[in-house]
Design a protein around this ligand. Structure first.
Ligand code: FAD
Length: 286
């Protein structure tokens, strides 16, 4: 079965709490397998907004939620407290992350990599553990081989499922999958897709995460950069094209980075819902 899920970020102000309810009302109509909630590593490890949003998704909207949990600026006590709070709230899915390093904040003495956190959560028990992976390699890794080797350590530490960084070229994902298979990484890998609705945003995010922009996509950005609605249409169509190809090729899951906007997610779901259901039927028959 092809999983279909969303990533959102937690609200920071009252105004955005109202916005969050609207988004969740919309996303809830699309029967997601889960909704994951980000957690800013940026130094101050404040889990409150993430946990409250994840709890709201499960208790009010009745969908499983995944709590993102970065560790690079947290110690074991802090992580133990957060895991305890998760259990009390029945939040049993964790996306275990190293997080981006914030140079002005002291680094953790207990956790250097996501794999350290994964082993720690595994020992604690009672959680389904997700981890991040990078079809175009993580930007700090020297090369692909080294990155896959580190990913293998992460998987062996107790990861149940992987979610990829966003990518715009499916071929990089298929090559990555082959490399994972060669390294005997056989757990489900969900493809992270971000529908683009804004040129500045796409360039900034791609630069941050190192996602290549294929020529076909550059053409769209250049042609429609000053026409918001046209760019939005083209960006959604591009994401649909990627997703159709991924589902047809048997991807384990599609994880949409929504940037807390539901319009694109709704249009994408409408365009591929029968493909997702077809996958479900094939699964039931076999
Ligand atoms: P790791 O798996 O620890 O890898 C980090 C680097 O270290 C890589 O270059 C890897 O090759 C190397 N490495 C790993 N293990 C070893 C080892 N044993 N020895 C030597 N080198 C090693 N960030 C947030 O702050 N909050 C979020 O909510 C968030 N959500 C995300 C969701 C997804 C799906 C993805 C893909 C990323 C997310 N991020 C988030 C970003 C993430 O925190 C950064 O990409 C971060 O730089 C790496 O985190 P990681 O868990 O992949 O690190």
């Amino acid at each position: 079965m092809c999983s279909f899920s969303f990533e959102i970020f937690p609200p920071r102000k009252d105004e955005s709490i109202k916005n969050l309810n609207t988004i969740l009302d919309d996303l809830g109509q699309l029967s997601p397998n889960f909704i994951s909630v980000t957690f800013g590593a940026g130094g101050s490890v404040n889990s409150k907004n993430t946990l409250e949003t994840a709890t709201l998704i499960q208790d009010q909207y009745k969908f499983p939620s995944i709590v993102h949990l970065p560790c690079i600026h947290a110690n074991k006590d802090k992580i133990t407290t957060i895991l305890k709070q998760c259990k009390e709230r029945k939040l049993e899915k964790i996306l275990a992350l190293r997080g981006d390093v914030c140079n002005s904040v002291e680094k953790s003495k207990d956790f250097s990599y996501a794999s350290d956190l994964i082993s720690f959560i595994q020992e604690e028990g009672g959680f389904e553990i997700y981890a991040a992976c990078y079809p175009e390699k993580h930007n700090e890794a020297k090369n692909f081989i080294e990155d896959i080797h580190h990913l293998k350590i992460k998987v062996n530490s107790g990861t149940n499922k992987l979610i990829t960084q966003l990518f715009y070229d499916n071929e990089t994902f298929y090559t990555f999958k082959q490399n994972c298979a060669l390294a005997n990484i056989n757990i489900p890998i969900y493809a992270g897709i971000m529908p683009i609705t804004n040129k500045r945003q796409v360039l900034k995010i791609s630069q941050l995460c190192g996602a290549k922009i294929p020529p076909k996509f550059t053409k769209i950005l250049e042609k429609y950069e000053n026409n918001t609605l046209a760019l939005e249409d083209a960006g959604i169509a591009y994401a649909i094209d990627q997703i159709v190809d991924l589902i047809t090729s048997g991807v384990d899951g599609i994880h949409l980075y929504t940037m807390n906007k539901s319009k694109a997610a709704i249009k994408i779901y409408e365009a591929v819902k029968h493909l997702l259901k077809e996958e479900l039927c094939v699964e039931k028959q076999s």
